[in-house]
Design a protein around this ligand. Structure first.
Ligand SMILES: [Zn+2]
Length: 412
């Protein structure tokens, strides 16, 4: 902006054109910020467990907002627009109080760094230095250890109210009985949270986004559905916002799409699995998977609601939820029915566990794990367009069957 103002002063002939440009750049649009993002080129740790320093090299000075989160202990650094071009392997190092860190897009135009900390801590310093003497601009954060009580006291006074907001709220509208049923597809993970990764580096967030786009196109081509995706690009979205997204659009069906990873038995575990919300996990594998998928918010530095709020909400929504659960199971069985016999299933059983993303009390919701990124053949399928087309075709049939049953007068 400083640069633009200088031009205006020097060459009055530019005023009109620039004024137009500036006018078209407001109100704020993410694309406007993307034109000149600061570049984060490298990061490193210094110090010891008495004082641990996080340093990131930036192409220019940026405004940052830093705050702490507990359970687990994390430092969150938010900036308006940073493009991360870090060397591979950055973020895995451990030093002093810091056990790992990661970075990426948290929402359009909003970048985030999440630093994992081993115990209660205080952010002693957080600042950005101007570039000078051939040194890049630098983000510096100093952490010092403290006791749990002090940590919690500081947490309360410093937590920003809007820390988890990634998008402006959407007005809720009343459903139109003649409108096409709304189907919401939810590609898991995104941005700062890559999800599972295959040994060769294929990321779950990319596979599930590509698949969801194909599925959306196929569903729309039937002319029978209005289809929305919770994310259309490499952006992170907290789990409860995915749920809210479906509710606010009056979704009649919600399908969360993922790809699994099972390093203990890479040659054995393969194929798709259908999961439903369940208070008690159906088996250990389902329980472990739900824990892994629910961890998405922790990875991205989202503050989780406290448990007492959730318990209360669960009692209130229980009655609606039972009916929704029945519908979810019908949809789940419909997917299994389409995939069975095509060599695409890990198990015919519908599995259940406490997936946060399936918790809309009023929207039938299913989570589909497309396959295992840890299995070499599954990995080939997951990145193959012809396979994605066939798999998406089966899911379209499953959705058709679900709504056909509904039309046939089934009580759901
Ligand atoms: Zn996942």
């Amino acid at each position: 902006m400083r640069h633009l103002r200088a031009l205006i002063l020097v060459t009055p002939a530019w005023i009109a054109a620039l004024a137009l440009l500036l006018a078209s750049a407001t109100p704020f649009h993410p694309a406007a910020a993307e034109s000149n993002p600061a570049i984060a080129k490298d990061a490193r740790l210094a110090g010891d467990s008495e004082r641990t320093r996080f340093i990131a090299d930036l192409s220019r000075k940026v405004e940052v907002r830093t705050f702490a989160l507990g359970n687990p202990y994390r430092v969150i650094v938010d900036a308006a627009d940073v493009s991360f071009q870090m060397p591979a392997g950055v973020g895995k190092e451990q030093r002093g109080l810091i056990t790992a860190y990661r970075y990426g897009l948290f929402a359009p135009g909003k970048s985030r760094i999440v630093i994992d900390v081993s115990g209660p801590f205080l952010i002693d310093k957080a600042f950005v230095l101007e570039p000078r003497d051939n040194q890049p601009a630098r983000l510096v954060i100093d952490l010092v250890p403290t006791d749990e009580k002090t940590f919690l006291a500081k947490l309360e006074e410093s937590k920003p109210q809007d820390a988890n907001e990634t998008a402006p709220p959407l007005p809720t509208h009343a459903p139109d009985p003649n409108a096409k049923p709304v189907v919401v597809l939810d590609p898991g993970h995104g941005g700062i949270d890559p999800g599972a990764k295959s040994p060769s580096g294929v990321a779950e967030k990319e596979v599930v986004l590509a698949f969801s786009k194909i599925l959306k196109t196929k569903l729309e081509a039937t002319g029978r559905y209005e289809v929305h995706m919770t994310r259309e690009d490499d952006t992170f979205l907290p789990l409860r916002e995915r749920v809210a997204f479906a509710q606010k659009r009056g979704a009649r069906l919600f399908l969360s799409i993922h790809a699994d990873y099972f390093p203990d038995k890479p040659e054995i575990a393969r194929g798709a699995t259908v999961y439903l919300l369940s208070e008690d996990a159906s088996d250990e594998e389902a329980k472990a998977l739900a824990a892994k998928e629910n961890f998405s918010d922790v990875i991205a530095g989202v503050a989780l609601p406290n448990d007492s709020d959730e318990v209360l909400a669960n009692i209130l929504i229980d009655l609606t939820q039972r009916e929704t659960q029945n519908r979810s199971a019908v949809f789940g069985r419909s997917i299994v029915g389409e995939l069975a016999g095509k060599g695409n299933l890990h198990t015919k059983k519908l599995r259940g566990a406490g997936f946060r993303v399936l918790k809309a009390p009023d929207v039938p919701s299913v989570l589909l794990e497309l396959g295992f990124l840890s299995h070499p053949e599954d990995e080939k399928r997951l990145v193959s367009d012809p396979w994605r087309e066939r798999m998406a075709g089966s899911v379209v049939k499953a959705i058709d069957n679900y709504f056909a049953k509904k039309l046939a007068g089934n009580p759901f």
